[in-house]
Ligand binder design. Structure first.
Ligand SMILES: Cc1cc2nc3c(=O)[nH]c(=O)nc-3n(C[C@H](O)[C@H](O)[C@H](O)COP(=O)(O)OP(=O)(O)OC[C@H]3O[C@@H](n4cnc5c(N)ncnc54)[C@H](O)[C@@H]3O)c2cc1C
Length: 505
């Protein structure tokens, strides 16, 4: 039995660590319980043969001078400890269309972006500007995106807020190539035609138009910095603590059990894991049956197949931005919907920077959207014991990806020292997320309320956080963590604190 702390957080990923750091910054003693050997969730990196590989955080918005993440990290006192590379505004992303040979280099900065897109599509200049103005306006409907205090007003959203992302784009521009290009960040939010809400698309697109940033030397540094904030306030961040059971009595959590026999007690509890995983830990009836059914029924976003390439020295060029490979036009909105025979039709690849980065890259990462259906036949297997046919299937996927990359980098095969790969099953088992969903629950404009979950629960001292509650990713998850921590500390406590701490920026 461990000492009672102010708050126990289940899950030491981005949501758990940010919630814990916000509470710690406000004097609370927090214990974070993480099932994996290394903390961080999406921030976690793995090491092989002296190289570091990021698992779930490669490019981020919000770290620019006036960005929300920049301010949040300043408030937590960790910004100066982060080794960040702000991507050159002339080109934050590069999109290659193999069939036509078209290459688009995307600039950041609102006016720069409009100018750059208008140069590719001069006849659509008016529509491009109107589209950009529209997505910026949509982000204004979410005050927290700009770290504005919640004034308690009932929010009435514009009609466009609830449109689908593709309808919003199509309402402004007519060239099918441009329509698809404006959605090129689709793999960063799991976009599905007719379903992904315009506001989700707008938040992510505006975030990146405002500037993109990467970690030099891996994203683990942010997880470690958040851990220090929690520990400096007297809290703990414990790895290898798999939460296996939660006791509830009279609508209050009384204890949390871990697989190593630990029992943890606190005044408040935060769940920073997938709600379906949380349900499995709670006793039957802890949540109302309708709510539990809803948690099980909300569809998930799609999954991915990733390869991590250890490059030979001085062979492969370092590329200072993210690149997107597209087989042809027409595939943007159905990225998880391909016949396995012609997979992959699209993927993103990048060479993450290291401290003192030179002109050659040390590693190359490739992420391809993949449906969980392609691995379902191995779903009852565990890591390292999935069988030879699974390993052969993975190797075949790696070859398919490399063959396509070879059309852009003819020497790719000769540049490789070693390759590691991860499938939707790896993602499922590592993050404990249903069907390996990379962004958690899928947001759907046809039923916005269904996939939006409250921070409070019927279990009175249990609060929810993480990508499934609101938006995913390096912006969405920390912003939700603000709301979760404020549910314990008091409304606007953290937002006020951030704005006070960043008055001079
Ligand atoms: C391949 C990939 C690439 C991505 N790239 C980007 C990117 O470039 N930019 C971006 O902004 N976002 C990216 N994302 C999304 C981002 O990683 C997620 O949105 C984010 O990690 C979600 O945060 P979270 O706190 O909700 O979950 P996580 O960060 O997954 O944290 C959940 C944590 O809970 C732990 N846990 C689960 N069950 C238990 C249990 N029973 N007991 C204890 N601990 C438990 C897990 O081990 C995990 O550490 C990517 C995701 C993936 C998969």
């Amino acid at each position: 039995m461990k000492d009672k702390t102010d708050c126990i957080i289940i899950g030491g990923g981005i949501g758990g660590l940010f919630s814990g750091a916000f509470l710690a910054r406000n004097g609370k003693k927090v214990t974070v319980l993480e099932k994996n050997a290394i903390i961080g969730g999406g921030l976690q990196c793995f090491h092989r043969k002296g190289k570091i590989f990021e698992t779930g955080m490669h490019v981020m918005g919000g770290f620019g001078e006036n960005g929300n993440l920049h301010k949040i990290c300043r408030y937590l006192g960790i910004y100066d400890s982060l080794d960040l590379q702000h991507i050159d505004s002339d080109c934050i992303d590069e999109i290659h269309y193999k069939k036509t040979g078209d290459v688009y280099r995307i600039a950041s900065g609102k006016e720069n972006f409009i100018k750059c897109m208008s140069e590719y599509f001069p006849e659509e200049t008016g529509g491009i500007r109107a589209y950009v103005e529209d997505i910026y306006e949509l982000t204004e409907e979410i005050p927290l995106f700009y770290l504005k205090e919640d004034n308690g007003d009932v929010r009435i959203h514009s009609e466009k807020f609830t449109w689908s992302a593709d309808s919003l784009i199509n309402s402004h521009v007519s060239d099918p190539r441009l329509r698809e290009l404006l959605a090129y960040l689709n793999p960063l939010y799991g976009g599905v035609e007719g379903h992904t809400p315009a506001y989700v698309h707008a938040l992510i697109h505006v975030l990146y138009i405002n500037g993109a940033t990467r970690f030099k030397g891996g994203s683990q540094q942010l997880a470690d910095a958040l851990k220090r904030v929690i520990e400096n306030a007297g809290g703990n961040v414990l790895s290898n603590r798999n939460v296996t059971r939660i006791d509830v009595s009279d609508k209050m959590i009384t204890a949390v059990h871990t697989s190593d026999g630990g029992i943890y007690k606190a005044v408040n509890y935060i769940s920073a894991i997938h709600p379906v995983a949380l349900l499995r830990l709670l006793p039957e009836g802890a949540f109302q049956r309708v709510f539990a059914r809803r948690l099980n029924e909300i569809p998930d976003s799609y999954s991915a197949f990733s390869i991590y390439i250890d490059l030979k020295p001085d062979r492969f060029p370092y590329i200072d931005h993210t690149c997107y490979y597209m087989e042809d036009y027409g595939n943007m909105w159905n990225q998880d919907n391909f016949d396995p025979c012609d997979w992959p039709k699209c993927f993103m690849y990048m060479t993450p920077p290291d401290p003192g980065q030179g002109k050659f890259a040390n590693r190359l990462l490739v992420h391809c959207i993949m449906s969980y259906e392609l691995v379902r036949k191995w779903e009852n297997t565990t890591v390292g014991h999935r069988g030879e046919d699974y390993e052969n299937w993975k190797n075949e996927n790696v070859r398919k990806i490399l063959d396509k990359l070879q059309t852009i980098f003819p020497d790719i095969y000769d540049s490789i020292a070693c390759i590691y790969s991860a499938s939707p099953l790896t993602i499922r088992d590592y993050y404990n997320t249903r069907d390996g969903a990379i962004f958690g629950y899928r947001k759907d404009c046809r039923n916005l309320i269904f996939s939006q979950l409250p921070i409070h629960s019927k279990v009175r001292n249990l609060f929810l956080t993480g990508q499934n509650i609101n938006l995913h990713g390096m912006c969405g998850v920390p912003l939700t963590a603000i709301y979760t921590a404020e549910a314990i500390l008091g409304k606007n406590t953290i937002v006020k604190g951030i704005n006070d701490a960043c008055k001079d920026i």
